[in-house]
Design a binder for this molecule. Structure first.
Ligand code: AMP
Length: 424
């Protein structure tokens, strides 16, 4: 199937040619015709599958087909994203497509951590597509600095992540500001209960498309599991960088502190490394990401803030230096490589203590990569003995509630250590 079979008009096909997309990806094939029909959409798609173009191309066609009032030039399409980097990236994709349109339509990113006055000035100069993080948008809405009355299409990108990052309240307030008559498109890689509830609240007779199929991981990503003692991970990483000539590597760690420490130690070892996490100012985050994309940084040590949506071309290797908190995070992390059909490798370092959790990841991803050990860095010692507790006393076994409380306490202890999210 070609792009022209999807209902895109000749000038949109020129856009697609200009950016050198030859064939539509599965999510584009399924979503574009429906979006052009004007229906509400629930799309299940992972990042890296071409989902940005799946909504950006039809939205641009819808906007250019229906000219707005030239006097007011209102916002007519809005994309909400969970992180500032993703917002910037989506806005950049729109801008790239826009340069090949017959006439410009005005696109801007409204994100926290950047100059509000500048963004307001941009809005006044005429912007039809806004890509925003919820906090900054709410700030604009509450101060009457943005007019959304003529909003025609609303895209909620990475809805699962938006809700996981605690944006439900902001979204609730924002929906009050949106016109009821609109087309709503919701994209999410996973569908936890909160996302399902959101879809029921905000979509009208939605059509569902699913481009992720049954396989939860991207098929062309090779997964490697290397058994190594935690203390030996850094020497092993340095060894692999050299021995296997890893050129451009994203290394995930569990906390901001770990990112700072590991990046500093790698630099001390003579490796061009830097850190990426939520403690950096927005301009630092943008600059680090730019340098990584330009390859002046070879190893980027990041928290999970980089796990979703960041699109880095030709990123060949992702390393789970610390395992993620959940199988879903694992899927997102490794999805940073192998984008748009390219080959990629995801390497996980696993110590004795990680084995049980990695089994849960394997169950969820339905893949069991073989375990490897690297000469000179073999896993030493024995797995920790399972502590034998007292035999259960009848009537004193933990109830479901007790178990849930214990799990919540464990989770909050872990998130103190690992929490890294955007607050906008
Ligand atoms: P996304 O899932 O939107 O982050 O897209 C991932 C990458 O795929 C981006 O670098 C896009 O430019 C690229 N891409 C999107 N659609 C296509 C296509 N039809 N053919 C080739 N590359 C594509």
């Amino acid at each position: 199937m070609s792009f022209s079979d999807l209902g895109l008009l000749a000038y949109m096909n020129s856009v697609v040619d200009a950016v050198a997309y030859t064939d539509p990806t599965p999510i584009q094939e399924q979503s574009i015709p429906l979006i052009l029909e004007g229906v509400d959409l629930i799309a299940k798609a992972q990042t890296g599958t071409g989902k940005t173009a799946a909504f950006a191309l039809p939205v641009l066609q819808i906007l250019t087909q229906n000219e707005p009032d030239a006097e007011t030039c209102p916002v007519r399409a809005l994309v909400l994203t969970p992180t500032r980097e993703l917002a910037q990236q989506v806005a950049d994709a729109f801008k790239t497509f826009e340069t090949h349109l017959p006439s410009p339509i005005g696109i801007a990113a409204m994100i926290g951590g950047e100059d509000l006055d500048l963004q307001v000035a941009q809005l006044r100069s005429g912007v039809q597509v806004v890509v925003a993080t919820p906090g900054r948008l709410l700030e604009l809405v509450c101060s009457d600095l943005i007019d959304l009355e003529q909003l025609r299409v609303l895209v909620i990108d990475e809805a699962d992540r938006l809700l996981a990052l605690g944006f439900a309240e902001e979204l609730g307030h924002l929906f009050e500001a949106f016109p009821v008559e609109r087309q709503t498109l919701l994209f999410s890689a996973t569908y936890p209960k909160k996302v399902v509830a959101l879809t029921q609240q905000i979509l009208r007779n939605p059509v569902q498309v699913n481009a992720s199929g049954d396989m939860p991981t991207v098929a062309n990503i090779k997964q490697r599991v290397i058994e190594v003692n935690a203390l030996n991970r850094r020497p092993l990483l340095c060894h692999l960088l050299k021995a296997e000539d890893w050129k451009h590597v994203l290394v995930f760690v569990k906390s901001k502190r770990a990112a700072r420490n590991l990046a500093a130690k790698l630099r001390r070892d003579g490796i061009r490394a830097d850190e990426f996490h939520g403690d950096l100012w927005q301009d630092e985050r943008t600059a680090v990401l730019r340098r990584f994309k330009q390859r002046s940084i070879r190893v980027l040590v990041a928290t999970d803030i980089a796990a979703r949506g960041i699109d880095i071309e030709n990123l060949s290797t992702v390393v789970n230096y610390d395992l993620p908190r959940s199988p879903v995070d694992y899927i997102h992390r490794i999805g940073r490589t192998g984008r748009a059909g390219a080959d990629g490798v995801a390497v996980s370092f696993v110590d004795h203590n990680d084995q049980a959790f990695f089994k849960i990841i394997e169950k969820r991803t339905r893949q069991s990569p073989p375990r490897e050990q690297i000469a000179g860095f073999e896993l030493k010692g024995a797995p920790p003995e399972k502590a034998k507790g007292q035999p259960p006393v009848k009537g004193k076994r933990p109830s479901k509630k007790d178990k849930a409380r214990a799990a919540a306490a464990r989770d909050s202890a872990r998130s103190d250590e690992t929490d890294d999210q955007d607050s906008d």
